[in-house]
Design a binder for this molecule. Structure first.
Ligand code: HEC
Ligand code: HEC
Length: 324
């Protein structure tokens, strides 16, 4: 019936689409970045971290890495707690991105010790053999000019102390980059909260099983050798030969890691930790709205199509009448 009133139909369709547009594109500005999103523990970048951030941008790291973890189970299991808007208040510009040649870095802070990062930036393939990340060892040669950083901090209006500025003397861009990496995502204490617990007594069901030992060796090469050496002789982490550690204690160390000592949890490395679905109301509302808009388009398409069919059906009748 509306198809015979094109102007009314046009007005109503426009109004319907406008409602969707306003809900998805205008109203969110009133809902996000409010005081409620502020996170007390999020602090501004120190001059060294800010410098690392600028190097990150100039080196184009954001072409291969994102810095946002979406509230999807797969992402949370792989990278950690999903990103909160309040964590980005000091990011200018944002480096969220959408292209992941390498993994997301939003929660890289505290995942590895500094020494791991230095070695990884020097030569990624020495630690992850199939990595296609380029070497960044040349950043060591670029020294930081404290006066230049001072000017930047003043422009951004970030608080800094003279002590922090003078501490920049003698630091290079690689130091800055590592400091920046360790800051990312570590402002909220998510790592402690995500810590799995070993409950009850654990005993090794595979003691002396040759196949299990072989499989374990492969796992060791992939997940441990970079830090403990190919022959367990020690490198970034301590040597592991002749440990004499009780099975139970070993489980504990591997499962939980030693976060303060820079030993990642095996659980986290193998991405097997299921932390339950995290679906907030915003993503549910977004899904609902998407379906709503989709329904409007379906209605428009069906209307147009049925109108065409009607005219083609009516035409021959009309002509026959004329012929008569
Ligand atoms: C050509 C794409 C590419 C570029 C450019 C690149 N990376 Fe990577 N990056 C990767 C890939 C692939 C991996 C995964 C393999 C590995 O760890 O080396 C990775 C891994 C990493 C990791 C370890 C992540 C983890 O959770 O284990 C860090 C940290 C990192 N990159 C930082 C950087 C920084 C900082 C820059 C800029 C100086 C950069 N990357 C530039 C591709 C890239
Ligand atoms: C990112 C580097 C890194 C990786 C990867 C890593 N470790 Fe460690 N590991 C460390 C560091 C650093 C320590 C020392 C922590 C401390 O004592 O404060 C450590 C400690 C340990 C200890 C305790 C040693 C002791 O004498 O108390 C064991 C056992 C261990 N690692 C085994 C492993 C195994 C097995 C893997 C592979 C699943 C692994 N580590 C992967 C860095 C790493």
């Amino acid at each position: 019936m509306w198809e015979k009133k094109p102007f009314l139909f046009l007005l109503m369709a426009t109004a319907a689409i406008l409602v969707g547009t306003i809900i998805t594109m205008v109203l969110p500005f009133a809902w996000v970045n409010t005081e409620a999103d502020r996170i007390e523990s999020v602090t501004p970048y120190t001059p060294l971290q800010q410098e690392g951030r600028d190097v990150y941008i100039s080196e184009g790291c954001n072409n291969c890495h994102t810095q946002t973890i979406r509230p999807l189970v797969a992402e949370v299991v792989r990278y950690g707690e999903y990103s909160k808007s309040g964590e980005f208040v000091y990011d200018r510009p944002f480096l969220w991105g959408s292209k992941r040649t390498g993994p997301d870095l939003a929660r890289i802070g505290g995942k590895y010790p500094d020494a791991w990062h230095y070695q990884h930036f020097d030569d990624p393939q020495s630690m992850i053999p199939k990595s296609n990340m380029p070497d960044h060892d040349y950043l060591r040669k670029n020294m930081i000019d404290p006066e230049y950083v001072r000017a930047k901090m003043e422009t951004l209006g970030f608080p800094y102390t003279e002590e922090q500025i003078s501490a920049l003397a003698g630091k290079n861009q690689l130091d800055a980059m590592v400091a920046y990496m360790q800051k990312l995502g570590s402002d909220i204490p998510w790592r402690q909260a995500a810590q799995p617990l070993v409950v009850g007594v654990v005993s090794n069901p595979f003691a002396g099983d040759a196949a299990a030992i072989e499989a374990g060796k492969t796992l060791y090469d992939q997940h441990c050798a970079a830090c403990h050496g190919t022959e367990m002789e020690g490198d970034i982490g301590p040597e592991l030969t002749d440990m004499g550690m009780a099975d139970e204690d070993l489980y504990q160390v591997l499962f939980e890691g030693i976060p303060d000592g820079g030993m990642p949890s095996l659980n986290g490395q193998l991405h097997q930790l299921s932390q339950g679905a995290v679906m907030d109301w915003a993503s549910i509302a977004y899904l609902g709205i998407t379906f709503g808009l989709f329904a409007i388009f379906v209605v428009i398409v069906v209307r147009t199509y049925s109108k065409k069919r009607k005219t083609t059906l009516e035409e021959p009748k009309h002509r026959m009448l004329e012929d008569d």
